[in-house]
Write a protein that binds this ligand. Structure first.
Ligand code: HEM
Length: 209
């Protein structure tokens, strides 16, 4: 009978196998651009993490006064635009190809959770800009969070927002994206819907009402 040890052993041997991560064959339907959108989302996330590390290392003053750091801040900003743009297109692709089919429900769920974590990650980033736009957002959103019983999240506390944006949320997002992609590798990409032609009543030999 399967127990925790044998189940974990089976799962780990699948997750850690070179066959899972370095497949030499790919189904034909997965070669189109629409199937690259998830990887483009993941690549944008890598750009975000790398530019974010440079920003955090040099501190908030650096990108206001130093040209090179201003460039890194711009890369971080455009990285976010690319990340959400590709994620939305990827979401449409997985929706219209019914990518939850064939035991891929958990892959779908992990993607949806990544999406839900990405929103506050981006939002806390806007809040620590410190300009009028972020102040307006802080004032508007803090009452909403209070009303939801999340009063411990103090949007006006820039230290808390900095920690959330730089450490807590990106780490969570990294873990969820890693699990999502691991799941895609073990479950593979969903095959297209079968091409079933729906016959009209006339073609079926019936009469029109
Ligand atoms: C952080 C954002 C996300 C990243 C980095 C990401 C990454 C990926 C990658 C690399 C794939 C492989 C196939 C492909 O590239 O199209 C994939 C597949 C998949 N994604 Fe995502 N994804 C994200 C968000 C989402 C969201 C929001 C959903 C849905 C709610 C989702 C659902 C799925 C499903 C069900 C598959 C597997 C089946 C298939 O590819 O046909 N993903 N994802």
């Amino acid at each position: 009978m399967a127990n925790w040890t044998t189940a974990s052993k089976r799962m780990l041997s699948e997750v850690m196998s070179a066959e899972t991560w370095l497949p030499t064959e790919m189904p034909e339907y997965a070669q189109g651009f629409m199937y690259m959108l998830g990887s483009l989302t993941a690549s944008s996330f890598v750009v975000l993490v790398l530019s974010g590390i440079l920003l955090a290392m040099n501190g908030p003053a650096s990108w206001s006064y130093n040209g090179a750091m201003r460039f890194i801040a711009a890369v971080h900003f455009w990285g976010v635009q690319a990340f959400f743009f590709f994620m939305m297109l990827h979401l449409w692709r997985v929706f219209f190809t019914g990518a939850w089919r064939g035991g891929r429900g958990l892959t779908w769920l992990l993607g949806a959770i990544a999406f839900l974590i990405a929103i506050p990650t981006a939002f806390t980033g806007f809040l620590i800009n410190g300009d009028l736009y972020s102040e307006w957002n802080i004032v508007q959103a803090k009452d909403g969070l209070n009303a939801m019983g999340l009063g411990w999240v103090n949007l006006a506390n820039s230290g808390q927002m900095f920690g959330m944006h730089v450490v807590v949320l990106p780490l969570l997002l990294t873990v969820v994206i890693a699990l999502h992609i691991t799941r895609v590798r073990t479950k593979s990409v969903v095959p297209p819907y079968p091409n079933v032609k729906v016959k009209s009543p006339a073609e079926q030999g019936g009469t029109q009402p």
